[in-house]
Design a protein around this ligand. Structure first.
Ligand code: AMO
Length: 447
């Protein structure tokens, strides 16, 4: 809009005429003076109007206009979008930023329904029904500004390190992770599946000669669970690179990347995060601690928590326990759990050169929750086919993928990381529903 000043830029302007546009957060309609808090995407400012409540017999046209303005302000509904031109004044006594705008002209651009369907204490489910209103709150809004800064820093890191950005298809002819949790969609006369990850296609970039690639895109899992960390659609951050000697090289890139992301977030938003989330964001030190999974399970057991099944993955309580240990022992929020048993990993993970019961793989845990899985991949076609068979897969169904390896693939590895989980743990939120723009779960397809 012509001449519109963002609220955050007002403080740097001298006293004088300005136009601000945003929505009505509150109206304080006092007898002699009216205050409106206007918020836009950058902040909030106080607008003020000396009230004219009635006209006496000597009223001139100016007085009539002042009465009309007073009535218009009294009639403003919470949430309406307005545009105001007025006089900016710096005044230390004004609590909100030491500035106010004396209203000269006011236009109600889009009026909001007077009943607000959600309040600050509404349930998360109700807030999600009215997500577009929920997101107007500065705290919710800030999450996505932080996410923008975070992703920008990740991209900058990758671009500076010669990674190529790819967009892989989300309609597939086969599963990419497992046959479970697979969404089927009608595809003309046949069936397609929604991509569970870009796994096969990011690996394809290796025989395609790209060297290093990354993707930030949607992934779909028909996961019926209602936990705070699972969605049926989520944004996956993926990277894959050639010429790794082991998963160690992948972890090195991964930790540098996260430090770049968190450094940028702290520099730009540290103060706002402290104010709205009440946390002092920590940029982790390098290297992140690494603990082999078997050792981690022992540490967890020694702390008195028994993971229900011995052959099992580390469970959510186990993750919290190992994180608590790492915080105590290393003062760190991150830990790589490495060298997972082959029974817990997909066929495409490279096995450990000295112990064929283990894989060259890791999970990354951040403040008690898994945010990522990474590994070196098996690139030798005969071994890959044998491993697929061992996992009960039919190599014929994987022909398109196995073809990559028939034409030469260098040693490579990479990781996948859930964006909403990273944001949740960075900001100490309780659910990825808070850090997903529009959450999708088993019972949520709207709005
Ligand atoms: P994995 O299946 O462990 O690995 O997924 C990687 C990361 O994606 C996130 N994630 C999810 N986030 C929200 N809701 C879900 N239902 C969900 N499922 C997974 C998690 C998880 O750590 N192809 C491999 C990665 C690789 O090896 O490169 C993969 O998809 O943060």
């Amino acid at each position: 809009m012509k001449n519109r000043t963002l609220v955050k830029n007002l403080a740097a302007l001298p006293d004088g005429p300005v136009t601000v546009s945003g929505w009505v957060e509150t109206v304080r309609d006092q007898k002699k003076v009216q205050f409106v808090i206007l918020r836009d995407e950058s902040g909030a400012v106080q607008l003020v109007n000396p009230a004219t409540r009635e006209l006496d017999e000597n009223a001139d046209a100016g007085a009539s206009a002042r009465l009309a303005m007073t009535e218009a302000i009294s009639a403003l509904t919470h949430g309406s979008f307005i545009s105001v031109t007025g006089d900016l004044k710096h005044d230390e006594r004004v609590k909100l930023g030491g500035i106010e705008v004396k209203i000269g002209a006011l236009e109600v651009v889009a009026e909001a329904n007077p009943e607000t369907p959600i309040a600050a204490d509404s349930s998360l489910d109700k807030r999600m029904d009215w997500r577009f209103l929920d997101l107007r709150h500065p705290k919710q809004n800030l999450i996505f500004r932080i996410q923008t800064t975070f992703l920008h820093a990740l991209r900058t890191y990758w671009v500076e390190h010669d990674f190529v950005e790819i967009q892989t298809p989300k309609l597939m002819a086969s599963a990419s992770e497992s046959r479970a949790e697979l969404f089927e969609v009608g595809y003309f006369e046949g069936t397609a599946y929604l991509a569970q990850s870009p796994q096969f296609f990011k690996q394809m970039a290796q025989p395609a000669g790209f060297g290093k690639v990354f993707e930030v895109g949607p992934a779909f899992r028909a996961d019926p669970s209602f936990t705070s960390r699972h969605a049926t659609e989520f944004t996956s951050i993926d990277a894959e690179m050639s010429w790794v000697e082991s998963h160690e090289d992948v972890m090195k890139m991964h930790e540098e990347l996260l430090v770049a992301g968190l450094t940028a977030v702290k520099a730009k938003h540290g103060a706002e995060i402290a104010e709205l989330f009440d946390i002092e964001l920590e940029v982790p030190t390098l290297p992140f601690p690494r603990i082999p999974l078997r050792e981690a399970k022992q540490i967890v057991a020694d702390r008195g928590y028994v993971i229900p099944r011995d052959d099992a993955d580390i469970d959510p309580e186990g993750e919290r326990q190992i994180s608590a240990h790492v915080r105590e022992a290393f003062g760190h929020d991150f830990v790589f759990l490495t060298d997972w048993d082959i029974s817990l990993r997909p066929f495409y993970h490279m096995r450990h050169p000295e112990d064929a019961t283990l894989t060259n793989s890791y999970d990354l845990i951040y403040n008690g929750v898994e945010i990522s899985t990474g590994a070196q991949r098996e690139h030798r076609i005969d071994v890959l086919v044998a491993q697929a068979r061992e996992k009960g897969l039919d190599p014929e169904e994987l022909e398109f993928y196995l073809d990559f390896f028939r034409y030469g693939v260098p040693p490579h590895g990479g990781f996948g990381m859930g964006l909403a989980r990273v944001m949740m743990l960075m900001l100490n939120e309780h659910s990825i529903r808070e850090t997903t723009y529009l959450f999708r779960g088993p019972t949520r397809l709207l709005p």
